[in-house]
Design a binder for this molecule. Structure first.
Ligand SMILES: NC(=O)c1ccc[n+]([C@@H]2O[C@H](COP(=O)([O-])OP(=O)(O)OC[C@H]3O[C@@H](n4cnc5c(N)ncnc54)[C@H](OP(=O)(O)O)[C@@H]3O)[C@@H](O)[C@H]2O)c1
Length: 239
């Protein structure tokens, strides 16, 4: 029986590699996107050619709109009747210190990075009752760095939710997290920006995007692990 994963933000960057990795491991994957319809459709076509036994449907939802998020699992494509794994990968990463953060800015960062994953985890439990969740976090959750205050507070909250839901939803649903270090420069930032971050990691190594996907896959496959956060970050959380 083929299992199905729902990957948010699957059209590009880390999300697309997670989707490709899971597809190569035999999963059906629902490719969620917001604006990147063409990328999502191209990825779906590519995966269908590689694995013609599966469908790889694309699915649009703006995760900053709570009503849209609440109805996600009521609107799944007809070919998908059950989701076995939810991968909360989509995010917004915008700079702003505490004293620069307006209420609307705070709400946007919290909505996409924390509230939407919260609502999706809740809906996953209520609709399907069993399975596995992996939340994409950030190695910075162990720091109090103030450059992206609202983003970081949302990711810290998501890390706490990961542990709370793991306990609350056991034994039927496992909930884990992956906390990446420097994988890809943020959109609009140069490779030089990333070089500076990589230089500060103990391993002095850019995190390979396939290592993130591999960590997600490990957590989905390991039935004995819940409430765990893998820091896939070249050691950044240690400093
Ligand atoms: N990149 C890194 O080095 C790094 C480091 C630490 C942690 N992380 C975490 O790893 C995950 C993936 O990182 P990434 O850099 O690949 O992410 P990203 O490119 O910044 O964002 C991934 C996707 O999120 C979707 N998204 C944004 N706002 C949305 C909204 N309102 N509704 C629905 N989808 C929305 C976008 O989809 P569309 O394009 O379809 O609009 C986007 O392609 C994130 O959770 C991030 O916090 C990444």
């Amino acid at each position: 029986m083929v299992k199905t994963a729902f990957v948010t933000g699957a059209a590009k960057r880390i999300g697309s590699v997670i989707a490709e990795y899971l597809a190569s491991a035999g999963w059906e994957v629902v490719l969620h996107y917001n604006h990147s319809r063409d990328d999502a459709a191209a990825l779906s076509e590519k995966l269908k050619e590689l694995y013609p036994d599966r469908v790889f449907p694309i699915f649009q939802c703006d995760l900053s709109v709570s009503d849209a998020v609440l109805s996600v699992f009521n609107r799944l494509p007809g070919v998908i009747d059950k989701i076995d794994a939810l991968i909360n990968n989509a995010s917004v990463f915008d700079p702003g210190r505490i004293d620069e953060t307006s209420l609307s800015f705070l709400r946007k960062q919290m909505m996409v990075n924390f509230e939407a994953p919260f609502l999706l985890i809740q809906a996953f439990k209520n609709h399907f009752g069993e399975g596995s969740v992996v939340n994409l976090l950030d190695t910075k959750i162990v720091s109090n760095e103030g450059t992206h205050a609202a983003y970081l507070l949302a990711k810290k909250s998501l890390a706490e939710l990961t542990r709370m839901a793991a306990l609350d939803f056991a034994p039927h649903i496992r909930v884990n997290g992956v906390a990446p270090g420097p994988v890809l420069p943020p959109p609009r930032k140069s490779a030089d920006y990333l070089e500076g971050v990589i230089e500060k990691t103990p391993l002095k190594r850019q995190v390979d995007v396939s290592d993130i996907a591999n960590s997600v896959s490990f957590l989905l496959n390991n039935s004995s692990v819940t409430g765990q956060i893998i820091f896939c970050d070249s050691g950044s959380h240690l400093v």
